[in-house]
Design a binder for this molecule. Sequence first.
Ligand code: 4NP
Length: 168
Amino acid sequence: MTTHSQSGTRRVLFVCLGNICRSPTGEGLLRALLAERGLEGRIEVDSAGTGAWHVGEGPDRRMAAAAAARGYRLGGRARQVAPQDYDRYDLIVAMDRENLADLEAMAPPPERRRAELRLFSEFLPPGAPRDVPDPYYGGGHGFERVLDLVEEGCAAILDHLLDGEGQG
Ligand code: 4NP
């Protein structure tokens, strides 16, 4: 059975590979935006990974330090995407095309899904890269790049969630 959100509550899940760099950044920056706009009660945010290597770990220290330098706090413990996520969330945002392909491959049949699956870069201006690049094996520059892109896309994600309010 499809479970529907309480009226007015919209749910979004950010997904990357490890759930320790990019998707916790999406979660943390969207939470900051919600707090700034007084919308915490209206939108529920979480993040998950397609892989299980880091389950139970907090955000990558390098990612958390780069975020903290811009005034954002990253939190939560890594978890893997679960079948019920596809029905719990209204919107699942994949950070790169591989994450999206993995999410599509793991997706339950349509009658057990409510979530719309989207690529993060669909919320970026034209000309932006298609993927939020995986920063894990690179240098410090990669973490700044993640923050730049996620800062740029979060407002459009929030607008999209608020546009869909009252539907479903
Ligand atoms: P994330 O980064 O997908 O942005 O959390 C990664 C974290 C860990 C690994 C790869 C990417 N890893 O291979 O362990």
